[in-house]
Design a protein around this ligand. Sequence first.
Ligand code: PLP
Length: 373
Amino acid sequence: MKQSHNIESFITESNSGIWRYEELLPNVSIPDQITMGEGNTPLVKSNKIADEIGLSSLYFKMESSNPTGSYKDRIAAMGVSRAIQQGRSACIGTSSGNAGASFAAYSARAGIPYHLLVLEHIVESKLTQVLVHGAEVKRIKNFGESEKVGEKVFNFIEDHATNLNWEMMITAFKYNPVAMEAVKTISFEVYQNLGNRVPDAVFIPVGGGGLFTGIWKGFKEIRQRDIDSKVPNIIAVQSEGCSNIVRAWEQSKVDPLDGDSTSQISGLQVPNPPDGHEVLEALSQQGWGHMIDDSKTWRWQKKLALDEGILCEPASAISLAGVEQALSEGRINKDSDVVCIITGAGYKDSKSLKKIADQRPEVGVYDIDQLQI
Ligand SMILES: *Cc1c(COP(=O)(O)O)cnc(C)c1O
């Protein structure tokens, strides 16, 4: 008989948030563990869309239900706790918005300042969320479009963090591998949500590649601890306008290609993906890539809202567009167990919601005495 230690035996039920998995994460002593109950998100089974596209088991991992509305809260819980443990006086980082909201909220909770460099064209509702939590924000010209500016921003933050002894909060293994370990908890939860089973395929939106790399690491750890389990196929889904990783995969390259971003999907505009090499390494072992036209992503965002009741931001809906493409290419079949990571909540990108709402008939104003339904 093979010895099998499932993930459940490592859970500390009395802990909250990512710290339920503290035995499988970098060490942070209990007084320094900051949490707002992040993680433990539901795995929701698809009804209508699964039927429509011809899949028997399609699931949505609802990272949108985290405290600030995205999976970045897992990283912030770990990152800010480590910053406190190491006596850092402040955090500094970059973000398209969601990491900013997470680190701003968790820094506020920890009572330390957070300096944030954001994209020039950050979505208004994401900027608002960051500001409400008190972060010190600077918008950077051409950041999010120019590959060169992206590199310079990362270097600026790295230099300042080193010189000032601040914690560097870039959500990539390349820059903060310790904080990124928290992403593994997504894989642990999916495995548990499915009854200690690994799905056939996990579809993951990819910007800088940190989320993808963390989920891959999580499943590899499950495999190490539960030798009866397999490793799922792991699928990178990028916006066509910012697809330096997927195009490199198509050409069997080991590093992302060069080129600026024209993508309009907030969260995925990372032309210089810091973890691109790790993603390509994983893809070469157990997965594949898709790139999706932005208009298709918006269509799936609307469909998720109408057919499943799930309100997510476009960067999340792209995973489902990837599922559709994988089916049409025969990479998965109707009996595959498929999980889509719904990375962020609908309210994150209120502009995209407004576009959907504006397609509805105009809402009239009525005198209640004359109203007919
Ligand atoms: C950050 C983010 C992504 C992309 O994650 P990467 O680690 O940059 O690849 C996808 N969706 C949402 C909602 C995000 O906030």
